[in-house]
Design a protein around this ligand. Sequence first.
Ligand SMILES: Cc1ncc(C[n+]2csc(CCOP(=O)(O)OP(=O)(O)O)c2C)c(N)n1
Ligand SMILES: [Mg+2]
Length: 339
Amino acid sequence: MTYQHQFSCINQLGVLKQTVSLDTKACLNDLKDILKYMILSNVLDKKCIALQRTGRLGTFAASTGQEAIFATAGYLLDDQDVYVPYYRDQAALLARGLAADKVMSYWGGDERGNDFSHQPQDMPYCVPIATQCPHAVGIAYALKYTQQNNVVLVTLGDGATSKGDFYESMNFSKIHNLPIIYLINNNQWAISVPINLQSGNQALSQKGLSAGIDGYSVDGNDILALYQCLKHAIKQAREHNQPQLIEAVTYRICDHTTADDASRYTCPETHTHATSLDPIKRAKLFLKQQDHWHDDEDLKHQENSQKIVQAAAEKYLNTETQPITSLYQYHGTQEDTTT
Ligand SMILES: Cc1ncc(C[n+]2csc(CCOP(=O)(O)OP(=O)(O)O)c2C)c(N)n1
Ligand SMILES: [Mg+2]
């Protein structure tokens, strides 16, 4: 079993730490692709907040400042692997191939936004905290039982790690040696509850020890550290049926959702400091130093993301509302509902 203090590879100025070896050029190309999804997710967040503020979207949970965690996880899974999200995962879902207008549909109250036809084996958004963990472990059991060489990656927040569902799932994963990775987005807050009032053990990766699972704490704003750690965990789960736990440490620089005003309970200095650690900024600095990101590309990807998100918003706003009877489609067959 492993427990490491927060693993990081690049410093705040994007400089590669001397102890870290950068294995291949392929890794840099992957990181560049991941950064594109991070930028897209960031632009999408801003648009969804604007739509909500103008009465055209329901409550929305942004992932600003946490993009590296989700984009890297979504990107590194294979197509047939199973991604089990909670509700802050848009960067992962985009990296898995979900169209941006579907994200808007879901948060606009249209169940069709939850139709993940791009990866039909992936699970839909999950709002009841930590209940996705038992779902995920059941799927991992089925994958092993049917001898498929695929893994499950389930995400959760720091608050969710206080729940029994999480511990029970981890326990079951180790008893049966299942191919599952638990990825914690430790953004230091569960709505307005800070981490020191959430968990006696604030190194959340140590919670794996109680179940006999390998746990790693990683800097969640460091794209390379996440890449190396997640790659390792996915390999362990896939090749050795070893369940894995990763705590990615970051800070929620956005509100909990659009129904929240974090300035009422957070410290402005901490917020300013956390903003300076932004993962997109750091990834760009790093890739520039590696000659894999340039100013003209930066502008191009920013503009491209704006275009994608604007087109998605138009599609979403022009989509005909579902008839009220569609409510019954998610509770059984049409026939069932009339009896
Ligand atoms: C079972 C359950 N209890 C309470 C809630 C209300 N609730 C919504 S989000 C949230 C906080 C979750 O915090 P965390 O797990 O840290 O995730 P984050 O939102 O910070 O990403 C709570 C308590 C819920 N959705 N489900
Ligand atoms: Mg949290």
